[in-house]
Design a protein around this ligand. Structure first.
Ligand SMILES: [Zn+2]
Length: 488
């Protein structure tokens, strides 16, 4: 194809971030009409000032390219890249990292939840293929390494989209049983590496998982703890990591019923469990040599004559008694018993829970980052690095003893909520901390902000965002790299 750069375009296009120009080019012209026979659409996309060029410049540009190409109803994109030029401007922009970021952002940007759209013209045309052509004038280009990196980036992007599909399904369909079925389906694709076990509501009662059971007992679909075990290191009897996800398939608030304006999006209150399930389903593809347990704490917080009563005192699976301050603070109850269960039965070194836990965390950080609470600095560093590299931001918040002091009960060992209006994300985290055993490295990710968005933002769609999947996958990967092993 003839590369042309007409002067008229130079005048209109300065390369400013987000600026684009489209033109048509062809080598072949019809003899008679002089019209191009196979016109190529060439889209130039501005990346902004050279001095500010970073991976984020590409992360911002790709969704704009996808929007434009979808608008043109084209099925294919070829991205031409002068890798040499970019790595000269910023040494962190190697061909490998650039392609990785672009492929991952492309997969996420091309996502749409359209299964309930019955009219074809309401759906955006999906782009079926992305190809890269690379130019590098000097130095070796390790194509095998680049291909592998792009493959992993694609797998990560697809994992996020899987979590989005789970989260976006509404609560009338996506109930605890549906999530169990989805887990079964995903496990059946990897029977050699994944095992599944379910603690149903009867077993919960027998085991004394009263906090968990009580949250879901008023629903017509009983609660359940869905356990997935990835065995990447079958000779090793222990599990390195346990991931525990909050899975409230609809949160009415319980008898402390939510009001209009606060209840509608509550089908997304299972986003933590969606992130854990998508992570577990992806591990066999990454072939990590470690054992990981994923626990989906599934319940519907419904109302009914047998719903959990405010100020009930319940005995947890761990044995601590808890006074229920507000039935809308239900996530911490299912997590408390879920956390106790995985620690008792799998003895993991690391435990990470991920939950749309508190509105207070949204007040603190908005939709742009999750709150990170942890009892281990090394773990904090690893999660921060994983968040940074995947653009799934997280930010540390404190676990001061004063938060724990607020939870001391008069008629029970613990109260489920703090004293006043303030610091709700921190008192929730302090509550969970009571269920973490000595010596366990634990982190709690409060994803109430970034798990759901009110409007499309770049590669992040409106609704369920799939937040946390790539952060968790990247964290698990980092445990494999010797240079990043924690000092013991
Ligand atoms: Zn709630």
């Amino acid at each position: 194809m003839q590369q042309i750069w007409p002067k008229a375009i130079s005048a209109d296009f300065s390369g400013k971030e987000g600026q684009s120009v489209l033109y048509y080019s062809s080598n072949d012209f019809d003899e008679d009409s002089k019209e191009p026979t196979t016109p190529q659409r060439i889209l130039w996309m501005g990346l902004g000032k050279e001095a500010k060029l970073s991976l984020n410049s590409f992360r911002t540009a790709i969704p704009k390219v996808v929007d434009k190409v979808q608008e043109l109803k084209q099925k294919e994109i070829v991205i031409s890249l002068d890798a040499q030029q970019f790595s000269t401007l910023n040494s962190s922009l190697s061909a490998e990292t650039l392609l990785q970021t672009m492929a991952n952002t492309f997969i996420q940007s091309n996502y749409q939840f359209n299964k309930h759209l019955t009219k074809e013209d309401s759906k955006k045309p999906s782009i079926e293929e992305l190809r890269f052509t690379l130019k590098q004038t000097s130095g070796p280009l390790d194509l095998q390494k680049i291909n592998e990196a792009v493959q992993v980036a694609t797998t990560f992007g697809e994992a996020t989209n899987l979590a989005r599909n789970l989260a976006n399904e509404r609560g009338d369909v996506c109930n605890p049983k549906w999530m169990e079925e989805k887990a079964k389906e995903l496990v059946s694709n990897h029977r050699d590496k994944l095992q599944m076990q379910v603690i149903d509501s009867n077993q919960m009662n027998l085991l004394g998982m009263n906090l968990f059971y009580s949250v879901g007992k008023a629903s017509t679909t009983p609660p359940r703890l869905v356990l997935l075990k990835y065995m990447g290191d079958p000779q090793n009897p222990t599990s390195e990591v346990a991931l525990v996800g909050k899975g409230i398939t609809f949160d009415t608030g319980g008898l402390n019923l939510k009001s209009t304006g606060f209840i509608e999006d509550m089908y997304l209150d299972m986003s933590g469990s969606a992130a854990v399930l998508a992570t577990m389903a992806t591990l066999p593809k990454l072939n990590l040599k470690m054992n990981v347990v994923g626990a989906l704490c599934m319940a519907e917080n419904a109302i009914g004559s047998n719903a959990l009563l405010p100020n009930s005192i319940l005995k947890s699976y761990k044995g601590l008694t808890v006074e229920i301050g507000n039935t809308d603070a239900e996530g911490r109850l299912v997590l408390a018993d879920g956390l106790s269960y995985v620690q008792k039965h799998y003895s993991p070194k690391y435990v990470i829970d991920i939950a749309t836990l508190t509105g207070a965390c949204c007040v603190a950080l908005g939709e742009y980052a999750s709150g990170l609470f942890t009892n281990d600095q090394g773990l904090e560093k690893k999660l921060m690095e994983a968040a940074d590299s995947t653009f799934e931001r997280t930010w540390p918040l404190p676990l001061f003893p004063e938060y724990s002091a607020e939870l001391k009960g008069q008629h029970s060992d613990l109260k489920s909520i703090g004293k006043g209006r303030y610091g709700g994300a921190c008192t929730a985290a302090a509550f969970l901390k009571e269920f973490i055993e000595e010596g366990v490295k634990w982190a709690h990710l409060d994803i109430a902000g970034p798990a759901m968005t009110s409007e499309k933002r770049g590669h992040i769609p409106r609704g369920g965002t799939g937040y946390g999947v790539q952060l968790l996958l990247s964290f698990l990967q980092s445990l494999q790299e010797p240079s990043q092993q924690p000092k013991t």
